[in-house]
Write a protein that binds this ligand. Structure first.
Ligand code: FES
Length: 251
């Protein structure tokens, strides 16, 4: 496919042409990401995170940068960037607060948490309170299941977990973020900010030791394995030889 992504405004097109915001270090890191894969195009997802670590979102210039680095069309890059919710098309706040409003969390208080934070910040989904990127600015979003249902209701700040939250706790957390504080997540490493988290998602850990220093598993999550251990329950082992279903021939 050779079709190019059509930028929506003249300003977007002009911005896309200028990728100078991505300096030599970023270009060198882009090459490091590409070198991890047999095909350059496979590096697109971490490349988009690298772009967000620089700009706080995926701008038209970011799309152009990825396309240039990976020999893709801007249409191909844009199709991916607009598909996944982790890629932000508008500048993100210093912190991204994601409140799980999927069924279990919603029923246990996630909806109330989202409503409380939305009213306090005066914003709705995917909107930012404060000036994006500046200290204390917060982007709020509701999220689908964050894979921590045993700890519901949960929210994340820059993808780090705050478990078993109440509206009051969540409000105190957000007020602390607005004051420039960085409360410790329930699990995982110390909080950085959205751009710092994006840098890690691109695969760059400037301080690996602290990144893996926090608690990683909750008691609730390990409860099943603990019970099985105490009661001597085991699952049947996999047989060494398993007959696999036939794979249809590719045409
Ligand atoms: S429903 Fe919220 S983490 Fe699964």
């Amino acid at each position: 496919m050779t079709e190019q992504f059509q930028f929506t405004t003249t300003d977007d097109a002009a911005e896309a042409a200028d990728t100078s915001v991505f300096d030599e270090q970023t270009r060198s890191e882009a090459q490091q990401i590409i070198a991890r894969y047999p095909e350059p195009r496979s590096a697109l997802l971490p490349m988009l995170h690298l772009v967000q670590s620089v700009q706080g979102h995926v701008s038209p210039a970011g799309i152009q940068f990825c396309a240039d680095q990976l020999a893709l069309t801007t249409a191909e890059v844009s199709a991916v960037a607009t598909f996944y919710t982790m890629y932000k098309r508008k500048p993100c706040g210093q912190h991204l607060v994601s409140v799980c409003t999927n069924t279990l969390c919603a029923a246990l208080g996630g909806d109330a948490i989202y409503k409380t934070l939305g009213e306090h910040l005066g914003v709705g989904h995917d909107e930012t309170a404060g000036t994006p990127g500046e200290e204390g600015s917060i982007t709020l979003e509701h999220a689908e299941c964050l894979a921590a249902c045993d700890l519901a209701p949960v929210l994340q700040v820059n993808y780090e977990y705050f478990d078993n939250q109440t509206p009051e706790q969540a409000l105190e957390l957000v007020k602390a973020l607005q004051r420039g504080e960085k409360p410790a997540p329930t699990r995982g490493p110390a909080l950085s900010d959205f751009r710092g988290a994006e840098r890690q998602l691109a695969g760059f850990f400037d301080d690996l030791e602290s990144t893996v220093a926090g608690p990683s598993a909750a008691v609730e999550t390990l409860r099943g394995a603990q019970l099985a251990h105490e009661r001597g329950w085991t699952a049947p082992s996999m047989p060494d030889d398993v007959e696999l279903p036939p794979v249809p021939e590719k045409k």
